[in-house]
Unconditional design. Structure first.
Lengths: 259, 432
């Protein structure tokens, strides 16, 4: 379980995250919605150790993980994907997956020179795992393609695939559906649900597509202006006055209510 | 691809063969040896830039430290200078370290405020003068004894091979310090920081006479087990060997010595290529490429980017330092005045870029080709220019053109760089 307590992240005078407190329950697929500029991605960046918080705490299963660097969070099973796909463009899709497992023997220089057999054995098992992931995501045909050449949606799938190379506990997906067509989005949705059911991954998903959120997420958390506005099922959150106001402004709120 | 690479290497080999036939084999081998050392330096820079995207402009500093190591390790000790001030000098250096340590402790232990600031300032200022007092006494004592031939502490009198390893270690240690302080900087700031630190290194070497005689140079450094020409010319086995192949003993001896160096340096180069190729085509290499492609994503995928940058920065500097030490051993003298950023930083960069950054073979090719151009244009330039201007009347213009032709090397390199970047933007042997 992730607990965020009164988190602030300011950029100069701009309060991107302004006292956000929330919980992500183990085993859930929690949705994080809110208008553009609500502070969702900044919140992700602070939780995932890419930005230090101005103040506030983040706990993972009771342990204080505030401000830990990303590679230490990775070791604890906290993984994230990026709003704009961060593929390793000069490497093949398969290599993108194979680089993920931690503390590979072959990452030690000495072993690369003098323990080739041990590395080869390890590589074979990592490669098999990567091929499994490719099949799960139905992109086996892209295995040897340079990651820089595949489509934006496929890159999003690849990012999800990277999180499957290790036993993650919680995965933060930042707009995994942005710029992805319906069919591919459904594939991604299926993959998320399967990972959640079969492997027990916890997810926290930022997404603007409400159909996608409605299909996957319970609960849904809505943010605006750096604060958490409402929390509950999508239906509850959608009908919350403050949420409607945040999305549409005060003037339109009354029209929506009456109409 | 393999065929193209073979042709490129064959073409560069042909350049050296033509030099041997048209000029002399002595010159050709001399250039080739420097080319091999340049190729090793280019390999080191390629590790930093090609594998990890770290832009260092302090390559000259690593080369110079390698050269310094040869003096400190393989030259003979100067016992009189040691007796005059050696112990006191070491003591003063220890004092300097202690002062800095005391200031660090004060900074950590004391509460923020005016008292802390004053204490730190007092420790540093008083410490500096105390350090200089002992240091100046000692260095003056050392430098006044036999300044014509020594005036420095001298070395340890150990074999050159140990000096090469120490040279690599010294460059690595300097890179560790730079890496710890400057690797967090973005690319252009790292470039400026390393440029400055290299100049500081050189300034110390030029001014601290007790260390390596400064700009008075250290000569007669021992060879790394390679025989001397004069000895060969008197050795019966060599004379009969020269006689058998029908060569003049003096020419044969100079060529023989250069061939021995070539075998030695070539073995080091091949060994380094083997090590780096193995590392590159392994999960380690994959991880480095991932870091270079996208640091943020590599971090998010659990890779400790900072530690890896430091590792590759140190390794690259060590390789350059090794080549620097080998160069000084071959030249037999340390001439700090000869270390210039143009020759030992930017020329190496041209080698890496022309050869193809990210590719070890490319760096080697670039090293051999650019070193050849750099050294040959100075000799061949005036000759070519005198042919090109033979129709001009003798006089000011003609002699001016012929005289300035020796400076053509800069122009040539610029042209080569532009042509290669125009027609093969990723270098002659691009990364796969």
């Amino acid at each position: 379980m992730i607990v965020v307590e009164d988190l602030h992240r300011h950029f100069g005078g701009f309060r991107a995250v302004d006292g956000a407190s929330l919980e992500i329950k183990t085993g859930s697929i929690t949705g994080l919605i809110g208008p553009n500029g609500a502070g969702k991605t900044t919140l992700f960046n602070v939780i995932a150790g890419r930005l230090p918080p101005t103040s506030g705490r983040v706990f993972m299963d009771g342990e204080d993980i505030t401000g830990l660097p990303p590679h230490e969070l990775f070791a604890k099973g906290l993984l994230r994907t990026f709003q704009i796909a961060h593929e390793f463009s000069s490497m093949t899709v398969r290599e993108n997956l194979m680089m993920v497992p931690a503390a590979q023997k072959g990452e030690n220089l000495w072993n690369t020179w003098f323990s080739r057999a041990a590395i080869a054995a390890e590589e074979a098992s990592i490669r098999a795992k990567a091929d499994e992931v490719l099949e799960f995501l139905t992109i086996t045909h892209l295995a040897d393609e340079k990651a820089g050449n595949i489509s934006g949606g496929q890159k999003k799938l690849l990012e999800l695939g990277r999180t499957m190379m290790v036993d993650a506990k919680i995965v933060f997906l930042d707009e995994v559906g942005a710029g992805v067509n319906r069919t591919l989005l459904n594939t991604i949705g299926d993959a998320i649900i399967r990972l959640n059911k079969e492997r027990g991954y916890t997810f926290c998903v930022i997404e603007h597509d409400m159909d996608f959120i409605g299909r996957l997420c319970d609960p849904v958390i809505c943010m605006a202006e750096g604060k958490v506005l409402a929390q509950g099922t999508l239906a509850q959150v959608k009908n919350d006055d403050r949420v409607i106001e945040a999305y549409l402004g005060t003037g339109l709120k009354n029209k929506v209510k009456s109409g | 691809m393999a065929q193209r690479n073979f042709l490129l290497f064959a073409a560069v080999g042909l350049l050296f063969v033509l030099t041997g036939i048209l000029m002399s084999w002595n010159v050709s081998l001399q250039i080739l040896n420097i080319g091999v050392l340049s190729a090793i330096m280019a390999l080191g820079v390629n590790m930093q830039w090609g594998y990890a995207g770290l832009f260092s402009t302090g390559i000259m500093g690593s080369v110079a430290l390698g050269g310094l190591a040869v003096v400190l390790v393989s030259s003979q000790p100067n016992p009189e200078n040691w007796a005059a001030g050696g112990p006191q000098l070491l003591m003063s250096l220890a004092l300097g370290v202690a002062v800095i340590a005391a200031a660090i402790i004060a900074a950590q232990k004391m509460a923020l405020g005016r008292a802390r600031n004053f204490t730190i300032a007092a420790i540093l200022i008083l410490g500096f003068f105390a350090y200089r007092y002992f240091f100046d006494q000692a260095s003056l004592a050392i430098e006044t004894i036999n300044p014509e031939n020594a005036g420095n502490l001298g070395g340890l009198g150990l074999p050159s091979y140990i000096a090469w390893i120490v040279g690599a270690l010294m460059a690595a240690a300097a890179a560790w310090v730079i890496g710890k302080t400057a690797l967090g900087l973005r690319s252009d700031y790292l470039a400026i920081a390393t440029l400055g630190i290299a100049e500081i290194t050189l300034a110390v070497m030029k001014n601290e006479d007790w260390l390596a005689r400064g700009v008075k140079n250290v000569i007669k450094l021992p060879r790394p087990g390679v025989p001397y020409e004069v000895d060969l010319q008197q050795a019966p086995w060599f004379l009969s060997f020269a006689n058998n192949i029908g060569a003049d003993p003096i020419t044969a001896s100079t060529i023989f010595v250069k061939l021995v160096y070539l075998v030695l340096f070539g073995a080091v180069l091949l060994g380094l290529i083997w090590l780096s190729e193995r590392a590159l085509h392994s999960p380690w290499g994959r991880m480095m490429r991932a870091i270079r492609d996208n640091e943020d994503a590599a971090r998010a995928m659990g890779k400790n980017v900072k530690a890896r940058h430091l590792q590759i920065f140190i390794l690259g500097a060590a390789v350059v330092g090794l080549a620097g030490a080998m160069l000084t051993s071959m030249e037999g003298q340390l001439t700090p005045g000869n270390y210039s950023p143009l020759r030992f930083t930017f020329l190496i960069w041209v080698m890496v870029i022309v050869g193809g950054s990210g590719n070890n073979l490319g760096s080697v090719l670039g090293g051999l080709l650019i070193a050849w151009l750099w050294l040959i244009v100075e000799n061949a330039g005036p000759v070519i220019m005198s042919y090109a201007t033979y129709f001009l009347p003798d006089g000011g213009l003609k002699s001016h053109l012929v005289e300035s032709a020796a400076q053509l090397r800069l122009l040539t390199l610029g042209v080569i760089l532009l042509v290669v970047l125009r027609f093969s933007p990723k270098g002659l042997i691009p990364e796969k």
